[in-house]
Write a protein that binds this ligand. Structure first.
Ligand SMILES: Nc1ncnc2c1ncn2[C@@H]1O[C@H](COP(=O)(O)OP(=O)(O)OP(=O)(O)O)[C@@H](O)[C@H]1O
Ligand SMILES: [Mg+2]
Length: 271
């Protein structure tokens, strides 16, 4: 059964309170504890980083927030509404968007078609390519606007599978922008991106927050880039969040240094 969820605030809607709250979240799979007592409160319009060693549970947490996995304990709260049992499309309609650690683009479709499809679905149309677009229809116009933002207009006719890794990451951002999501989860948006492309992606992410008013949660292993970008950092270790604070305080936190840099015991053990 799907829980009714609030309709999406428009991108420019000013938000108050906590658009995203995670309360006592747990996930057990086949006797293994993957997530345990995860607590997180993301302030409206903020950009929060999620760090932690490989296998800490970062992607799994995103999978639970976006509805791909159902937790075995706790709640996911979006704009003060419990969406723990809501479907993935219902969450998307409520304004939640995400990118994946591994690309989720349609490789055989053009760059423009990838963005236009997302815009078409978000505008209430079908996800079918059999809908022949006109250059001036709303979805196509929105797609061009988003391609322009990420600097990929000149590549609109290239097949998504043929473009560089860095350009794929930009295209994923354009697809996300086309959905007009207001709460955005980014799973390693800069993984494998050439250093020359990092500044552009950072600019796109900043714009989502500052110009679109999005609330963002972002997993990233590029710690220096992340620390200069986010207001707060959540540190995951063994399926739980062991610290949630400003970048400065996180860097000084001995528990974090121990968990992330492997310099000793964290006092937190995987179940
Ligand atoms: N569906 C599943 N079934 C069983 N175990 C799973 C499942 N999904 C994730 N896991 C396990 O949960 C743990 C957390 O994985 P997850 O992918 O969330 O880590 P991560 O923090 O994103 O790591 P990375 O930094 O490498 O991306 C791992 O031990 C993984 O093997
Ligand atoms: Mg991951």
């Amino acid at each position: 059964m799907n829980t009714p969820v609030p309709s999406a605030p428009t991108a420019q809607t000013s938000r108050r309170g906590s658009p995203l709250k995670i309360e006592g979240l747990g996930l057990q799979i086949g006797g293994a504890t993957i997530l345990k007592d995860v607590e997180l409160d993301v302030a409206a319009g903020s950009l929060v980083g999620v760090i932690g060693p490989n296998g800490a549970g970062k992607t799994t947490l995103f999978n639970v927030i976006s509805g791909l996995l159902k937790p075995t304990a706790g709640r996911v709260v979006l704009d003060d509404r419990d969406i723990t049992a809501a479907s993935v499309p219902a969450r998307a309609r409520a304004g939640l968007g995400r990118t994946f650690q591994t690309s989720s683009l349609f490789p055989k479709l053009s760059v423009l078609e990838n963005v236009r499809l997302a815009a078409q679905v978000s505008l209430g149309g079908s996800g079918s390519l059999l809908h022949f677009p006109r250059k001036t229809d709303a979805a196509t116009l929105r797609a061009f606007e988003k391609l322009d933002i990420v600097g990929l207009t000149h590549m609109r006719d290239a097949m998504a599978g043929d473009i560089s890794h860095g350009d794929k990451r930009k295209l994923e951002i354009a697809v996300l922008l086309a959905t007009e999501a207001s709460i955005v989860l980014l799973d390693e948006p800069m993984a494998g991106v050439a250093s020359g492309d990092v500044a552009g992606l950072v600019g796109n992410i900043r714009d989502m927050q500052r110009e679109k008013g999005c609330t963002l949660l972002m997993v990233e292993h590029h710690i220096d880039v992340l620390m200069g970008l986010v207001e707060k950092v959540a540190v995951m270790y063994a399926g739980t969040i062991i610290a949630y604070d400003t970048p400065q305080r996180i860097m000084e936190n001995p528990l974090v240094q121990s968990a992330y840099l492997g310099t000793g015991s964290t006092g937190t053990e995987a179940a």
